[in-house]
Design a protein around this ligand. Structure first.
Ligand code: AMP
Ligand code: MG
Length: 423
């Protein structure tokens, strides 16, 4: 059976097993979104350094053996393993990194050799300089190495023609070095994903403006900017838009025109001034969920013409939680990344009691720390309201509490998920 389109799912949600828009489990929503994510295909070629943080658009095959000659791994003396039992070896020259010893080495002879120097002809073993005694032109080994010891062999790191990095690989500092070690100076990567976002709400005021009673500063555009910047997408900030149907409509359609992904915050629940739902059903195919999670209950996902749309809740903590739990993975996939590392999650002891209602997944804010014995533990940041943005600033992890979990006593083992940017 071919997979249902977004349109079919919206008009006939039963296409989706167990679909319940009023208590959508977190994992189900993730899987649902995933099926509509087609990675971008356009690529560009960049200088090696500029490719940091971008996604490779081709497989990289090794154009050479690395290393491409046998060389010494240590400072010492190179000789043939057949001479391991010879009591004295004559030093007939010196080999430096970048300055080889060009003669041949015969039985009973050795060459003084530095780390990285080409192994002279006739040698296959190095004794390190700490394990010999030298007398004029002769050395005696105080401790014999194993045959072929202390040598880095041709192709030991990478072999000619071997696949080194795969299409879809996220380029990290180690990869820059690896590519440089192959002599590769230019890299083909996927073009940057364009992400447009705007805030919605009559109460929002931009930083730098005076704040009247009943107004709040628009912080969501700053957290979104930060999280998007870390992902390395092209950011299009469309500002804070008042709860005005025409202005929202204009901004939304413009965003879908100029970006691959549109993210909004606020206005996706069912308040009087929440126009987003109406606009989206008019101009796109968008599903509205009440996710069984806290914070971040209302969430919308869909398409407006070719653009993907994420409608995040307005509450500042909910914006960050839904971004990390849904948007981050989706963006990485759209950016072309093939194997997406989830945020590292592990189990530690929680040092304080936790209040939790069963029936929903909670992402409480926590501080991972190591105690006096060096053991990692977590403590909650305190008040867990979804408007308390200071809890996100204090936190370095989410305490992820599954649907079935309810109140926990101090000392309980809990799952923590390290926040992006810390690793
Ligand atoms: P809404 O989802 O639009 O009902 O908003 C929920 C709560 O989040 C309200 O208290 C809003 O004032 C607040 N809020 C919405 N957008 C922002 C924003 N961009 N920055 C800070 N707070 C916001
Ligand atoms: Mg609002």
């Amino acid at each position: 059976m071919s997979k249902p389109t977004l349109d079919q799912l919206i008009t006939n949600p039963s296409c989706m097993d167990d679909y319940d828009p009023n208590s959508m489990p977190v994992e189900k929503a993730r899987q649902f979104i995933k099926q509509f994510l087609e990675p971008i295909t356009a690529t560009e070629t960049l200088n090696l350094r500029d490719s940091l943080g971008r996604i490779l658009a081709t497989d990289i095959l090794s154009p050479a053996n690395v290393p491409n000659y046998d060389n010494s791994a240590m400072d010492g003396y190179a000789f043939s393993a057949t001479d391991l039992t010879t009591t004295e070896l004559k030093v007939i020259g010196t080999a430096f990194a970048g300055k080889a010893f060009n003669g041949a080495v015969n039985s009973g002879e050795c060459v003084r050799i530095m780390t990285g120097a080409v192994m002279p002809q006739g040698t296959d073993t190095v004794v390190i300089q700490e394990k010999i005694s030298r007398n004029g032109d002769y050395i005696k080994m105080t401790e014999a190495p194993k045959p072929r010891a202390n040598v880095r062999y041709t192709g030991e790191d990478l072999q000619l023609g071997q696949t080194v990095l795969n299409n879809g690989h996220f380029i990290r500092p180690a990869d820059l070095g690896l590519l440089a070690s192959l002599g590769i100076g230019e890299v083909n990567v996927y073009r940057k994903l364009k992400v447009a976002f705007f805030s919605t709400g009559d109460e929002l005021v931009g930083v730098g403006q005076p704040l009247a009673n009943g107004q709040v500063y628009d912080s969501n555009r700053y957290t979104l900017y930060g999280m998007l910047a870390k992902l390395g997408v092209e950011i299009i900030d469309l500002g804070a838009i008042a709860d005005d149907r025409n202005m929202l409509e204009h901004t939304l359609l413009n965003a879908a025109e100029i970006a691959d992904v549109v993210i909004t915050s606020g206005g996706v629940s069912v308040g009087e001034a929440d126009y987003m739902k109406e606009l989206l059903s008019q101009h796109g195919q968008v599903m509205f969920w009440k996710i069984a999670m806290k914070p971040g209950r209302p969430l919308a996902y869909g398409k407006i013409s070719k653009a993907h749309y994420f409608g995040l809740p307005g509450n500042p903590v909910a914006v960050m939680v839904t971004f990390y739990q849904f948007v981050r993975d989706a963006l990485l996939r759209l950016m072309g990344q093939r194997e997406i590392m989830p945020l590292p999650t592990f189990t530690v002891e929680c040092t304080a009691p936790i209040k939790k209602l069963s029936g929903r997944t909670e992402f409480q804010r926590g501080i991972l720390f190591h105690d006096e014995n060096g053991i990692w533990k977590v403590k909650p940041t305190g008040s867990q309201g979804s408007a308390i943005l200071s809890s996100m600033s204090l936190a370095n992890c989410f305490i992820v509490l599954d649907v079935a979990v309810s109140n926990l006593d101090a000392g309980a083992m809990v799952q923590v998920q390290v926040m992006d940017g810390l690793v």
